[in-house]
Design a protein around this ligand. Sequence first.
Ligand code: PLP
Ligand code: SF4
Length: 427
Amino acid sequence: MDRIAREMMTHDFADAAWQERHAITRVDQLRAWMGVAAGDDLMRDIELGLARAPMAMRITPYVLNLIDWSNFLQDPIRKQFIPVGSEILPSHPLRRMDSLHERESSPVDGLVHRYQDKVLLLATDRCPVYCRFCTRSYGVGLDTQSVSKKRSPAFQSRWDTILAYLRATPVIVDVVVSGGDCFRLKPSRILTIGMGLLSIPSIRRVRFATKGLAVLPMKVTSDHEWTDALAEVSDAGRNRGVEVSFHTHFNHPREITAYTIAAAELLFKAGIRMRNQSVLMAGVNDDPEVMQQLVKTLSDLHIQPYYVYTCDLIDGIEHLRCSVRLACQIEKAVRGITAGYNTPLFVVDTPGGGGKRDVHSFEHYDSQTGIAVYQAPSVRPKQLFTYPDPLHSLAPDVQVAWSDPQHAKRMLTDAVEAGRANSTGFE
Ligand SMILES: *Cc1c(COP(=O)(O)O)cnc(C)c1O
Ligand code: SF4
């Protein structure tokens, strides 16, 4: 038995600190974990995948344990966290590093202010695991062979500036604490951020967004100091009439285990409102039955399914993206199976910074060229935004057309014109 497998037997798997200490970040550690499943060809393929990936690798033993190693390539958990070179398709010509243009909408370091009354606070650039499809691959995680990340300055100097901005901008009533992931924030920092936000009278809602419940649920049940800090902020908020909620990120029903149930029960009993945001991914959850099961299981845990996002247009994930047509089909299959308030809205976070739009609300959609055109009247009223379907969902001749910049430009111009003709407010 190798060293890691031995430790697995002797250490407490239910201890979050143990999970963090044993998170794997290198291929040789992965090889040790996989044991007989680790063929030389496969390991080379993973190395190739990592060399091309914009995200570093970090996976907790808990998540590794959810992977079906006998079905490694098809496994929906594996696809989210371990890249394989041979499955990576050429990126769409419209992909961008910071696809949502977050850095353009950043008035002070660590804050994205795109919508009128709500902001995104990037509290850390670290996560308990790194997802292949992270929209913030420009800044989250360690440098990779293909991306050197934009680092944020030290917390305290950023924090004072952020608080000053929020205080001076009372139109902002809603703050999403994200990153990175608040599971990587120390309890003292949860308190600093939470209480700091609650000290601003104009703020009515605070959300802590985390992948943690899906990849390290034992933190909630074993790191009492951390969970107490979250509960303390939530209670303080409630006493002041401010809602403090917890936004999770589950993508597949198999991510919900006895550990998840215990953690969700604890948070529910502590009175913390929970919602879930998923990303729709090919071969992970692009199946009506999988999505229905995810929605129902989360609802039973009192985690309200809130959003299902189509993948953002970033590098190295073309094989994971789904078409707008498929997203609409899956939405139709999900709506009606349970309470309406537990039915997620399927959204496209429009490239270029138009914000999130209901996937069905396009002004124009041509499933031949795969271009959907959206309006965002509350964010950028004069502009139209396009979201392209993945090339693999298009006919071969259209894929060829996309690779020719002139032809691609014409397809886009035609789509935007058709969108403009259908939309209102452009007279
Ligand atoms: C998603 C997001 C928010 C929060 O939006 P909701 O639709 O209310 O969840 C706020 N700011 C930015 C920049 C976002 O991307
Ligand atoms: S947990 Fe969230 S922020 Fe972190 S890598 Fe995954 S998607 Fe990105």
